[in-house]
Design a protein around this ligand. Structure first.
Ligand code: SAM
Length: 218
């Protein structure tokens, strides 16, 4: 398939996501204007569907940015479901908090934002979570996976964004710009662990920037 066809398919799929209104649309526009890398709407819609399919009650997100994907996840939460999300950047964390308060009408609703480095916060968290979405520093995915393995319930769902990293993960190493090679190697390590381990059933979806969807066996 040529890139043009791939682009057409992507645009078509994106066009099928119901039109966002209000705050979600505003966050999308701000993210575009300020270069904040939030998930594509079709990935947001996937998160919502997966949370609903799983009947997710305890969800963890690594990498909140300004709260866009968290709001998709929150829409898929079951009754009395909760979402814990982690963000390193103080300005983004502040904005995310404002967005949660606006969305839920003056308080953060079912969302708890933990500000700081996930590498330090994850070891202090108690599981089990029934869904975990990883969308933070790509070079740290193998370390995040070690924590996620501990925190995710058997039968839980792990979703990771950007696993194809602009298609570079699928290219021979010599065709990848030098400055991205370590990152690409780490993403491959992450995918190989998920696809090669008997505890996980994994499917890699070529939507957005590449999404890995994994089921943790009982
Ligand atoms: N999930 C968000 C969304 O779609 O709305 C986008 C997240 S953005 C791709 C990645 C975020 O992870 C950035 O805001 C960055 O500051 C944060 N981040 C990177 N490394 C982190 C770490 N070690 N701990 C916590 N947050 C981290």
């Amino acid at each position: 398939m040529s890139n043009i066809v791939v682009g057409q398919v992507e645009q078509y799929i994106r066009g099928l996501v119901p039109e966002r209104a209000g705050l979600l649309k505003q966050i999308e526009e701000e993210a575009r204007a300020e270069g904040i890398p939030v998930v594509q709407p079709e990935v947001g819609q996937l998160l919502l569907c997966l949370a609903r399919l799983r009947g997710a009650r305890r969800v963890l997100e690594v990498g909140a940015a300004t709260g866009y994907s968290a709001l998709w996840l929150a829409q898929g939460l079951g009754q009395e479901g909760t979402l814990t999300t982690i963000e390193l950047d103080p300005a983004r964390a502040r904005k995310a908090r404002e967005n949660f308060e606006q969305w839920f009408g003056g308080y953060a609703g079912p969302v708890t934002l933990l500000e700081g480095d996930a590498m330090q916060i994850l070891p202090s968290l108690k599981g089990p979570f029934d869904m975990i979405f990883v969308d933070a520093a790509k070079g740290q995915y193998p370390e995040f996976l070690r924590q996620v393995e501990r925190l995710l319930a058997p039968g839980g769902v792990l979703v990771a964004d950007n696993v194809l990293f602009r298609g570079m993960v699928a290219r021979p190493e010599e065709d990848v710009e030098r400055r991205y090679r370590t990152l690409v190697r780490r993403l491959r390590e992450f995918l190989e662990r998920l696809t090669g381990h008997p505890d996980w059933d994994t499917s890699v979806l070529p939507i957005g920037d590449g999404v890995a969807l994994s089921y943790k066996r009982n």
